[in-house]
Design a binder for this molecule. Structure first.
Ligand code: NDP
Ligand code: MG
Length: 390
């Protein structure tokens, strides 16, 4: 029985994680829940799953929640400290981080330093300091299990090689990985991308997800984030990760080994599977998702990405190559730019321009920045990106 904390339980990943936990009561017990301000839903979740600890980022929301819940819940918290307290709570074995944005940085660090198993969905912190988090996890004997269909696919493909993910880097017998991307809302769109609206960008063809990541899929920045994550998780060079557009999202990603053999993980596009694996790892529990139906899928297509039409992917590759704090700049600038696009302040094609400006202004110096330095770089990049938006 795993005792699970879900940070971001009211979002797309969080709700799916609870759907999995509901189906696997013998495997998973939900003990802690946190969100930003959705008191209504979090209160219902806490009552249904009998959570012992809850946190709302917004202090007012936390008070509201306290008034609504009686009995059962022993620990109420708010702010980043509240999220960190849940992430390191002694009664928690697995922390699923499904917050959105850089706000998840401190809670992830708290979970790692408490030696937890982290089922990691929240992308932005791992892009900000992927190498540092891998190192820190080793130091504190924490485990980081990727919860994202493609990184999870690669992680699953290498399990036969190294049952212990902490021993995974560098996996010498990996020649390259094949990282697939759906192509996002504009994968098949032939029109002018500078004129597309947030509403169009939020229409993803295969996945139903939160707003930020759906826009990141439309710009292909999301794939760039995954590139950085995978390089660090598996100790790979940039040229060992081949990005392939695969609109059906069935071949979730694959690994080519030294002898040329390719293993892939496949399934219907359903986040519950990587979420479940992240929470039950290394066990495989019973099936919650629909079985894969290849005949129904018909044909699977693959093509090369267009780096010119989707410059965010090229920028992510550049940041991966630059190293140092460049990935942190990439993530922070993207967060600001996506917010500005969704608010109607900038055009879709400006997202890449804003990120490019911030990256161009950043100079890599010294080795890998410390966690404290990453926080400073993040704040600096947000200011640069804000300026560029204006
Ligand atoms: P959503 O926008 O659907 O959900 C975000 C969740 O985080 C909500 O529960 C929200 O709470 C909470 N949250 C936001 N800000 C804060 C804060 N400051 N403090 C506490 N809680 C906060 O996002 P997704 O579920 O789509 O994505 C979550 C993360 O997982 C992202 O980093 C994304 O890149 C990654 N991911 C998502 C995938 C998906 O399929 N959705 C796939 C792979 C990765 P509230 O409801 O109260 O606002
Ligand atoms: Mg993904």
């Amino acid at each position: 029985m795993r005792r699970v904390a879900i940070l971001g339980s009211t979002g797309s990943i969080g709700v799916n994680a609870l759907n999995v936990a509901r189906e696997l009561p013998e495997e998973l017990r939900v003990v802690a829940l946190a969100a930003h301000s959705n008191v209504e839903l979090l209160a219902r979740q806490a009552a249904e799953f009998g959570a012992k600890a809850v946190a709302m980022f917004e202090p007012k929301a936390a008070e509201d929640l306290k008034r609504r819940l009686d009995g059962g819940v022993e620990h109420f918290a708010s702010g980043v400290e509240g999220l960190c307290a849940l992430a390191s709570h002694p009664d928690v074995d697995v922390v699923l981080t499904s917050l959105v944005g850089g706000v998840g940085f401190a809670p992830l660090l708290a979970a790692v330093r408490a030696g937890k198993t982290v089922a990691l969905a929240n992308k932005e912190p791992k892009v900000m300091a992927a190498a540092q988090f891998m190192r820190e996890a080793e130091r504190w004997q924490a485990r980081i299990i990727p919860v994202d269909s493609e990184p999870s696919a690669i992680f699953q493909c290498v399990q036969g090689l190294h049952p212990d993910p902490r021993a995974a880097a560098p996996l010498k017998t990996i020649r390259r990985v094949i990282l697939t991307a759906s192509g996002g809302a504009f994968g098949k769109y032939k029109g002018d991308l500078s004129a597309v609206t947030p509403e169009q960008a939020l229409r993803h063809p295969t996945w139903k997800m939160g707003r930020k990541i759906t826009v990141d899929c439309a710009t292909l920045m999301n794939k760039g984030f995954e590139l950085i994550e995978i390089m660090n998780l598996f100790g790979l060079r940039r040229d060992q990760v081949e990005i392939v557009i695969h609109p059906q999202s069935i071949f979730h990603s694959g690994v080519e080994f030294s002898d040329g053999s390719v293993l892939a993980q496949m399934g219907e596009p359903d986040m519950r599977l990587p979420i479940q694996y992240g929470m039950t790892f290394p066990r495989r529990a019973g099936r919650v998702v629909e079985p894969l139906d290849l005949v129904k899928a018909g044909s699977l297509e693959f093509k090369a990405p267009d780096f010119e039409r989707f410059p965010c992917l090229a920028l992510a590759r550049e940041a991966a190559g630059k190293g140092g704090g460049a990935p942190a700049v990439l993530s922070a600038a993207d967060e600001v730019a996506v917010e500005a696009f969704l608010a109607g302040r900038i055009k879709f094609t400006d997202i890449a321009r804003v990120v490019e400006r911030a990256l161009a202004a950043y100079e890599v110096s010294g080795g890998l920045p410390s966690f404290a330095e990453v926080v400073e770089i993040d704040a600096w990049a947000r200011r640069k990106a804000e300026e560029a938006c204006r």
